[in-house]
Design a protein around this ligand. Structure first.
Ligand code: CP
Length: 314
């Protein structure tokens, strides 16, 4: 894979995504061994720099880097010089001077990983930036679909919830469209971006928008719930959570409208009882824990593939 960074999936080709999947297959084989460690990144330093909270992404990146024998440094904004006012660019220059070969960054500002990529000669992996992108989540979501249903092409994937604030939805739209899936976005109009304007930007992927959840779920192969992001809600976007639950919660009755055996997915963290009923989160069709497990293999694949990039320089 001839790229320095993973910032979003808009600049990935279908062939690159396929290569990530095939490399993740090999990483899953490593993960099935009694000793889940290979020396691929021995001598490399991976810095995990998180300005926002995380469980799944942070831990799976750390495990992925350690499984590849990298030296791993964890930094959170609250315990670094950022808390004393150091800028993001100065932080990156400092980490580079300390020998960082790769930086995994989560930041509340959309676009922050792109700025980091301009100032780091090594690789940058976007672990979620604001409302913008979460490419490694979308890759593990698609990988889980491929693993469970045998393909991504031609699947009908319905993403339900707070689309407006969802970096997971945005990266999935790019990735799923490139891999030939059909994407339906479903949620209240106040939590839907102004997609009708997409015609003015010719290379944006086509998606179907459906405000009625029952119509959206008819015949779906995959149903992906999104977290209602209480911390990102500007006042007035939802009349009440109770109304959201009535109109959009993923319930057994609603899931039954999808194809038999349709996958139930959620990137986590879940608000059980709000966007997803507890029995749906744990039903036989739910692959939510598989998504979490596959995150390690996908992130190992990406770290491994980026380590092979030869053009590192500023
Ligand atoms: N899916 C996801 O990004 O979860 P975390 O916030 O726990 O990393």
């Amino acid at each position: 894979m001839n790229r320095k960074d993973v910032l979003d999936l808009d600049d990935f080709s279908p062939e690159e995504i396929q290569l990530v999947f095939e490399t993740a297959d090999a990483m899953k084989e490593v993960l099935s061994r009694p000793i889940k460690k290979v020396p691929a990144l021995r001598g490399k330093t991976v810095v995990i720099l998180f300005y926002e909270t995380s469980t799944r992404t942070r831990v799976s990146f750390e495990l992925a880097a350690k499984n590849l024998s990298a030296d791993v440094v964890n930094i959170t904004a609250a315990t670094s010089a950022v808390a004393k006012g150091e800028s993001l660019v100065d932080t990156i220059r400092t980490l580079q001077a300390l020998g960082a070969d790769m930086i995994v960054i989560r930041h509340e500002q959309s676009g922050a990983p792109y700025l980091v990529a301009q100032h780091l000669s090594g690789s940058v992996l976007n672990a979620g930036d604001g409302w913008h992108a979460h490419p490694t989540q979308a890759l593990l979501d698609m990988y889980t679909m491929r693993e469970k249903l045998g393909r991504v092409a031609d699947l009908s994937v319905v993403i339900v919830g707070d689309i407006l604030h969802s970096r997971v939805a945005r990266s999935n739209v790019w990735g799923l469209s490139k891999m030939g899936a059909r994407v339906t976005l479903c949620g209240p109009p106040t939590l839907m971006p102004m997609l009708e304007k997409r015609g003015s930007i010719s290379d944006l992927p086509e998606v179907r928008v459906e405000y009625d959840i029952d119509r959206a779920l008819d015949g779906a192969d995959v149903v992906m719930g999104l977290r209602i992001q209480k911390e990102r809600q500007d006042g007035g976007l939802l009349p009440s959570l109770r109304e959201y639950v009535q109109l959009y919660q993923l319930t057994q009755e609603r899931i039954a409208r999808a194809k038999p055996g349709a996958l139930v997915m959620h990137p986590g963290p879940m608000n059980e009882g709000i966007e997803i009923a507890p029995d749906v989160a744990r039903c036989s069709q739910s692959v939510i824990e598989d998504q979490v497990s596959n995150g390690v293999a996908i992130r190992m694949a990406l770290l491994y593939l980026l380590a092979g990039y030869k053009g590192h320089q500023l």
